[in-house]
Design a protein around this ligand. Structure first.
Ligand code: ATP
Length: 813
């Protein structure tokens, strides 16, 4: 035991000493690195100061610096202004004027980087920094030599150094000025593309945006164009340059075209004696790679960013998917009205006389009477003599009706805001207000409403158009045969004439199954439905419930989107989306308006009651801001249908003729609808005002031609899909009724047997149906003994081996 213990402790001691050794070796290296780092850092700093000082005092030191390095360093009488002293001045001169010009600062940068790396002060990529750094140094030296050539003769400072000038001149002689310029540009761009991953896609976009380019492009290229001519003009400089240079020794370098070249060469070469041949060789090597200058990089980057912003600001066009969509033409609508006034002067005068006489019989004097005739009604505005009680005239409604022998007389006493009493008298020959004239009207065409609805004409023959987004939901009621369906068609038609399929979707609920069925043709353009629903027009009460729940989900989704986008309503949100301020990759999408139209609302309430009423009320309360609007219609305006909840949430109401004043009150909270004359004569209440309007007439064949015109155009692949609503109650396991098999049951069975995998998602994909429906089919397949039970994430086992046994099974079902 004791032995074991001692051997263990000695092993541990050995390990410890090994570790210490390694640690000390490691720390020795670190120390060396630290020493080198500090040495390099101070050298780099010294060089930097000397270089900066050279820029300031190089002119004064110039005469001394033309001596050889040995002379400068050994001669004690030489006075040098450079802060770095003789050594600093010589180095700076060597780096800047005789070397690589201002690109020398790049060398300082690299020295600093090396110091940082050696001292492990910060993580830096040596290869990247050196790779691009050396490119940049060489490139900028040559570029400065090329672009700043005129400065060489005017200043003691050679911006690109002798190297830059020499190389650029050599290029000039070989490929000409233009060639050198292109070479510099090309190498710079290539370097940018190598350095920045997304540089090329951005450049490509920038180049393919003809509209945006001019602004950014011209500014850039102008600068370049200005720079380029200066560089190649060497003749003038050469003379003066030669003067400086003449003092120096001769070395032969061959320049292509200029007469003064020799002089230039002479000046350059003495100090370059041994360097120039090497540089020549380097040039050739360096030709290939591209080395942009730091500043230039930044500049290009800035340009690039600017162009991205411009891209980003370019508006998204929601209509782009169906960019060739043609709006329905006016010709599809018929002209029903003759255009001639239907009310004759005789009729007007006769009516006026009867009104005056009747009122006279009750001792009511009239000061003034004025007639305004509309398409079906003429309004007689009377100003009673002073002292006459207005309520007295109001009570004479029946008497006036009797004397005029006309139905549908309504007295408005007083007309709000006018101080007159109005008597509405039906025209003997009512005029049909054709939808065509309403759609073509300036009021409608020039309206800037989000969801414009042209309802008809007012009593003064003006087009009556409203914005559904302002209503924001409409309750339509009226006895049967009074124009309700025509009214709904007029509403839908006016929206179809103004909106693109990308901007608007309808959800149609039609328990009667016939009224709205004709709109199924535009399923792929304008309709919204739940995934897996075959028929886009909802007729079944259960489906109505699911659809309303789905709409509630869509509404909640939209609210989330609005919240994330910091938008208060759909208009603001869509504006932000269009101006590309919302990223689709973060779940944002363009939101079309959704208009839910429910015909025969009474039928639904009778069968489903609160289950229908509450989701409708919820949508009506909340959905306005997210662009979901409802229009519900009923021919039974009783209080158990139009309940307090519904009324509270549908401030805009349209009443066609009803049988009793009670019904009128139920709809409008006031009498009047019982005095209408039918055939599209209606009262529109927008909460604050009540307007009598003759509804525009649109016939079923007209609607058919409009929907066919739209339906024949290419549409979206499917209807707009609402969120899938999973009804917890209907999916009871084991309650599969094989007598009511899904229409796709047989085909799905074949698919499953052929593939020998019972996968719900495969059924969903193959038949483009929702997950719910595919799941139901799979349950039916299980009940029929075609697939085994659910095995969690695994596909179900297929119990039939071939199609023959499947066929037998299907025949027996
Ligand atoms: N705006 C109108 N201008 C002229 N005639 C109209 C207008 N609206 C309706 N009519 C006439 O009234 C008839 C019945 O209209 P509509 O079918 O719209 O009634 P409804 O209220 O929908 O009836 P129901 O409730 O039974 O469906 C139409 O066939 C048409 O002749």
């Amino acid at each position: 035991m004791a032995k074991k213990k001692t051997s263990n402790t000695s092993r541990k001691n050995n390990q410890k000493s090994n570790f210490r050794n390694r640690l000390s070796k490691l720390s020795n290296w670190e120390r060396v690195g630290g020493i080198l780092s500090i040495g390099l850092f101070f050298f780099a700093l010294y060089l930097l100061i000397s270089l900066i000082s050279f820029l300031l005092s190089g002119g004064a030191d110039q005469s001394q610096l033309s001596l050889t390095a040995r002379e400068i360093l050994t001669n004690p009488n030489l006075k040098i202004d450079n802060v770095g002293g003789k050594w600093g001045a010589t180095m700076a001169d060597w780096f800047i004027n005789r070397g690589i010009g201002l690109a020398s600062f790049g060398v300082v940068y690299l020295l600093f980087i090396m110091a940082v790396k050696l001292g492990r002060i910060h993580k830096v990529s040596l290869s990247r920094n050196f790779g691009f750094g050396i490119f940049l140094i060489i490139w900028s030296s040559v570029a400065l030599g090329y672009f700043m050539a005129p400065l060489y003769e005017q200043s003691y400072l050679y911006p690109g150094g002798a190297y830059g000038f020499f190389v650029s001149q050599w290029f000039n002689s070989v490929i000409g000025n233009v060639g050198t310029f292109f070479l510099l540009m090309a190498t710079m761009l290539i370097c940018i593309i190598i350095a920045f991953e997304n540089a090329w896609p951005v450049m490509r976009k920038w180049m393919s945006r003809p509209k945006k380019q001019p602004a950014t492009d011209t500014t850039l290229s102008d600068e370049e164009v200005y720079n380029t001519p200066k560089a190649p003009v060497i003749n003038e400089k050469d003379d003066s340059f030669a003067k400086v240079v003449k003092e120096d020794d001769e070395v032969e370098v061959v320049y292509a075209d200029d007469n003064n070249k020799e002089e230039i060469e002479l000046e350059l070469e003495p100090e370059f004696d041994d360097i120039s041949p090497k540089k020549k060789a380097e040039d050739k090597k360096d030709d290939g790679p591209k080395d942009p200058e730091l500043e230039v990089e930044k500049r290009v980057e800035d340009d690039v960013v600017a162009s991205i912003q411009q891209d980003v600001l370019e508006d998204y066009d929601p209509t782009l998917d169906l960019s060739r969509y043609e709006f329905p033409a006016l010709d599809l609508l018929k002209e029903w009205s003759t255009g001639n006034p239907q009310v004759t002067n005789e009729e007007l005068i006769a009516n006026k006389n009867r009104i005056v006489e009747t009122l006279k019989n009750y001792n009511i004097e009239i000061v003034k009477i004025k007639a305004t005739s509309g398409p079906t009604i003429t309004l007689y505005e009377i100003v009673p003599a002073p002292g006459i009680r207005i309520s007295k005239i109001k009570n004479l409604e029946d008497d006036i009706a009797l004397s005029l022998a006309a139905l549908g007389i309504r007295i408005i006493a007083p007309i709000p805001g006018k101080g007159t009493v109005g008597i509405e008298v039906p025209n003997r020959k009512p005029e049909i207000v054709s939808m065509r004239s309403i759609i073509a009207s300036r009021t409608f065409q020039e309206s800037e409403f989000e969801l414009p609805i042209a309802l008809g004409k007012t009593i003064s023959n003006e087009t009556y158009a409203v914005d559904l987004t302002k209503m924001p939901h409409i309750l339509v009621a009226g006895a049967t045969g009074q124009g309700k369906s025509v009214g709904l068609n007029a509403i839908i038609t006016s929206l179809l004439y103004k909106k693109h399929p990308s901007q608007l979707k309808f959800v149609f609920v039609d328990p009667k199954k016939v009224e709205l069925n004709l709109y199924s043709v535009i399923e792929k353009h304008f309709l919204a439905k739940m995934p897996g629903d075959d028929d886009p027009i909802i007729t079944d009460v259960q489906k109505v419930k699911n659809t309303l729940s789905s709409l509630n989900m869509e509404m909640d989704d939209r609210y989330d989107l609005l919240k994330k986008a910091h938008a208060r309503n759909i208009k603001e949100y869509n504006q932000k989306f269009i101006s590309r301020r919302l990223n689709p990759e973060k779940g944002f999408r363009y939101l079309p308006y959704i208009v839910v139209i429910i015909d025969e609302f009474a039928d639904l309430i009778m069968t489903a009651g609160k289950e229908i009423e509450l989701p409708i009320a919820r949508i009506a309360q909340l959905a306005r801001a997210v662009g979901i609007h409802m229009i519900i219609a009923t021919q039974r305006p009783s209080i158990n249908i139009i309940t307090g909840v519904i009324k509270a949430n549908f401030p805009a109401r349209i009443a066609f003729r009803v049988a009793s004043m009670v019904d009128s009150r139920t709809i409008l909270d006031s009498p009047g609808a019982n005095q209408l004359i039918g055939k599209g004569d209606m009262l529109v209440s927008t909460g604050s005002s009540l307007t009598r309007v003759q509804c525009a007439f649109v016939d079923t064949p007209e609607v058919e031609s409009i929907v066919h015109f739209i339906g024949e155009q290419p549409g979206y692949p499917t209807a707009f899909l609402l969120p899938e609503y999973i009804d917890g109650n209907s999916d009871e396991p084991g309650a599969v009724d094989l007598k009511n098999r899904d229409d796709l049951f047989d085909e799905a069975a074949k698919l499953v047997v052929m593939n020998q995998t019972g996968s719900t998602s495969a059924i969903q994909r193959k038949f483009s149906i929702g997950y719910n429906r595919a799941g139901r089919i799979m349950d039916q397949l299980e009940a029929a003994g075609i697939v085994g039970p659910n095995e969690g994430s695994k596909a179900r086992q297929v119990l039939l081996q071939d199609e023959y046994s499947l066929e037998q099974l299907l025949n027996n079902l």
